[in-house]
Write a protein that binds this ligand. Sequence first.
Ligand code: GLC
Length: 443
Amino acid sequence: MKKYTTLLLLLLLFPLWSQEADTLSTSSKMQWFKDAKLGIFIHWGLYAVNGIDESWSFYNGYISHEDYLKQTEGFSAKNYNPKAWADLIAESGAKYAVITSKHHDGFALWNTRYGNLNALESSAAQKDVLTPFVKALRKDKLKVGIYYSLPDWSYEDYTHFTRDSIRYSISEEPKRWKSFLNYYQGQLSELSKNYKPDLWWFDGDWEHNAEEWQAAKVKKMLLEDNKQTIINSRLSNQGDYATPEQGMPIVRPKDKYWELCMTLNNSWGYQTNDNDYKTTNQVIGIFADVIGNGGNLLLDIGPKADGTIPDGQKEILKELGRWTHKHTEAIYGTRAGIPKEHFYGPSTLNKDRNILYLFVKGNPGGEVVLRGLKNKINRIYVVGEGTKLDHQVVGKVYWSQYPGITYIKVPDYVLDENMTVLAVLLDGEVDLYREEGAVIESN
Ligand code: GLC
C-alpha cells in the first residue's frame, strides 16, 4: 500500500517538477538576452538598390515582380566590409545583431542549395555575404541572430505571390505545399548547421497557421541542433519572447522577455528618399524607456546595396555608443525600474535591487525628485562622471510611515549632453511606500 502511495505521489508531482525544470532551463538560456539590452537589426537585400520597400513594394504592386528582381544587377556589395559592420555594432554598445538572411522576397544572402535566388548565384555581388558577417560578429564577441521570413513570395511553390494573386491553396494542392515545406525547412537546416545562431528571428507567420508551417517540428529541429538557441514569437507563438514593433509600449508589457524592434527613420531597408531620422536624443530616450520597462531594443539599420552603412545611421550608432559606454552599469544586466509615481522618468535596478538608476532627460533645473522611498540612501553619484550628490528629504514626520519626498541636488556641470544617469545606493533592497496618505493621530 505504502509503495503505491509513494508511486502515486511521484506521478502526481512529476508534471510539476518537469515544468519547473523547463522554466529553469528557459531562464538560463535567456540570461544573455535579458542582460544584453541592445541589439542591432540589419535589413540588407535587393530593395536597397532602388531604395524601395523591402519585398512589400512588389507585393503591394508599386513595382512589378520582374522589375523588382532586376535589382539583383545592382546588388554589388562592392564596398562591403563585414568587420567594419561588426565593429560599429560593438561600438554602439549592442551585444547582438540580427540580420535578414532572407526577407519575404526570397533573396537569400548565403549560398543556399535550395533555389538559386541568392547573392552568389543571382546578384552582381556573386558571393555569399552572410558567412563573413557571422564570422566578424563572433570575432567581436557579439551574439548572432538570424532573421528568416517564412513566406517566400518569389518561390514558385509558395502559396502567396502578390496582394492580388495567390498561386494556390493548400487544400487544393497539398503536394505543392509539401514541396515548399521541404524547401524552407531545408534552408533553415542549412542556416542552423552553418551558423549555429544564438537567436532566430522569424517573420511573416501571419500567412499560415502553426500546423501549416509545421511550427512545432521546426522548433524541435532547431533546438536539436542547438538547445540553447532562442526563438522569437513569430514562429506561430512557439518562441521565447515577444516582439512589439515600432511603438514603444506605453504600459509595461507583462511578458517576461520582450524586445522592441524599431527603425532609425521610417524604413527597415535603405531608402534614399527617407531622411526622417530620429535624433540621437530620441533614440536614447526610447532606449531608456525600453530598459526601464525590462525590455530590449533591436535598433534597425539599412545598409546600401554596395555594402556601406549610410552616414546618418553610422552617426547615430556612434553617438549612442558614447552614451552606452559611459553608462554601462546602469544598462547591462539591470532589471526594470520603479513605478512612475515614484520617479517621473525611466529607471533601472541592479540585480540585487539595491542600486536604483535614475535617467534624467535634459536639465532638471537643479534637482531631481524621488517620491515615497522607504530606504535610507547611502550615497548618490553621477554615473560615468563621478560627482557625489547631496539630497534632502522633506515631508517626513515621526508619527507616520510615509517616508517623504527626496530632492536630489543636481548641478548643471554634471549633466550629460544626451541623458544623465544617477546611481542611488540604498541600504537594502528597494522599498517603496505604496499606501495612501496618512492622517495625524497624535502629535
Ligand atoms: C514586418 C514587415 C517586414 C519587416 C519586419 C521587421 O513584419 O513585414 O518588412 O522586416 O516587420 O520587424
